[in-house]
Design a protein around this ligand. Structure first.
Ligand code: SF4
Length: 400
């Protein structure tokens, strides 16, 4: 029903709860988690609904974690029904939920119903991991289904990318964990884009998801608690520097020189290491946040003293700290976990060179918590694929 009109342009607001558009006005439900507060307000206004109704709905969804319109008790029955018809809230199903003995949890989410036009095909799935550490609850979020980069040591890139996740699908990963954490009075406090996919290859959806996660009326997660991890896409790194958000930027370096990097990371053929470092310096100059260099130690490949010395030299060219991550073997891939002594020696060389270097704890090894593995198991089940990745892979970095 269109809203009743009073004389002039004054609208009768006495039955304002009945102003939702008819179904024919909105053939496809909008996806709630793709909208920040201003965007959802505008959507409501376009339906001739007042902004305060949008704020009420946000309070249900974000404060009380109620995303079922029928339970939003301060909305009229009509509004509840219209909301259910016109707005989709959680659109995934949880295909698998694993819990590690160390508190790490992992979800495999599936979207059956056909996602947004820019998203992956229906039936696509993506992994997300929650890592508890003290008061911090970090969500390691996927940005794509699979990964186009194809790092030689990683389960996510083995079959390439199946598509981009839409902004709401990225955001929903965090919301799912908030609902799981709610009984303990906990919420996700930190976000790292270190799950499946190259986030800067899905830039528009990534930034919209970040806007929703950052919005004080939505998830209210500070920009300093959000880390974007990239294999190194210089044009997008520079674009990120102009977003006016002090996000943490992490670069998956994994090798201290160009030839070795090209062996490990196929995209290194497209983006020169020096250009990546130049973009990192640009980001630091604009944003003032120190860059994190992620470095997975692979036994006998990049974990030797000479590699550490080369890394010291590289680190002198920019303001960076280094996260060292011990690789965990993936069955079928020709890389090994480094010896403990080699890891200690590598870190000592970095520290002797005045590089701030930390060895990250392995988390969730008993649930194969590294990105891509659970999804590959499921793909193997459903497609009859040979499972290459069956064991715990890389440690899950928790960036402070
Ligand atoms: S390590 Fe990261 S960038 Fe490389 S293939 Fe895996 S998900 Fe992609």
């Amino acid at each position: 029903m269109p809203p009743k009109q009073q004389q002039g342009n004054q609208r009768d607001t006495s039955d304002v709860t009945n102003y939702m558009p008819e179904a024919s006005d909105v053939p496809t439900p909008i996806r709630f988690f793709g909208f920040d507060a201003a965007g959802f307000d505008a959507q409501m206004v376009s339906w001739n609904l007042p902004k305060f109704r949008a704020a009420q709905i946000r309070r249900w969804v974000y404060d009380k974690l109620v995303s079922e319109p029928a339970l939003m008790s301060n909305l009229s029955r009509k509004d509840q029904a219209d909301l259910a018809r016109h707005v989709a809230f959680q659109t995934s199903t949880i295909a698998t939920h694993q819990r590690s003995s160390d508190g790490t949890q992992k979800l495999l989410l599936t979207w059956e119903g056909g996602p947004a036009a820019s998203g992956p095909p229906a039936g696509a799935n993506a992994e997300t991991v929650m890592i508890p550490d003290g008061d911090r609850r970090t969500a390691c979020v996927s940005s794509q289904v699979g990964c186009p980069v194809g790092c030689k040591f990683c389960a996510s890139g083995i079959n390439g990318a199946k598509g981009n996740l839409a902004a709401d699908q990225i955001v929903e990963q965090v919301y799912r964990f908030n609902t799981i954490l709610q009984p303990r009075g906990e919420r996700i406090t930190n976000i790292v884009f270190m799950g499946m996919g190259e986030p800067l290859a899905n830039y528009a959806n990534l930034m919209q998801a970040i806007r929703v996660l950052h919005d004080p009326q939505c998830f209210n997660i500070g920009a300093r608690r959000i880390t974007v991890s990239t294999v190194g896409v210089p044009p997008k790194m520079r674009e990120l520097a102009h977003e006016d958000l002090p996000l943490n930027l992490a670069i998956s370096l994994h090798a201290p020189n160009e030839p070795l990097r090209k062996q490990l990371i196929p995209w290194a053929e497209h983006f020169a290491l020096e250009d990546i470092l130049d973009a990192a310096r640009y980001y630091f100059d604009k944003i003032g946040r120190e860059i994190t260099l992620e470095y997975i130690l692979l036994a006998g490949v990049n974990d030797q003293p000479d590699h550490a010395r080369q890394l010291v030299k590289l680190c002198r060219t920019l303001r960076a700290n280094v996260n060292l991550i011990r690789y965990n073997e993936v069955a079928g891939l020709p890389f090994g976990r480094p010896k403990g002594d080699d890891v200690v020696r590598f870190q000592e060389i970095l520290r002797d060179g005045a590089v701030n270097a930390h060895v990250r704890k392995s988390r969730g090894r008993d649930i194969d918590a590294a990105c891509g593995q659970l999804r590959r198991e499921k793909l193997g089940e459903s497609n009859g694929e040979t499972m290459a990745a069956t064991s715990g892979n890389v440690s899950l970095p928790v960036v402070s």
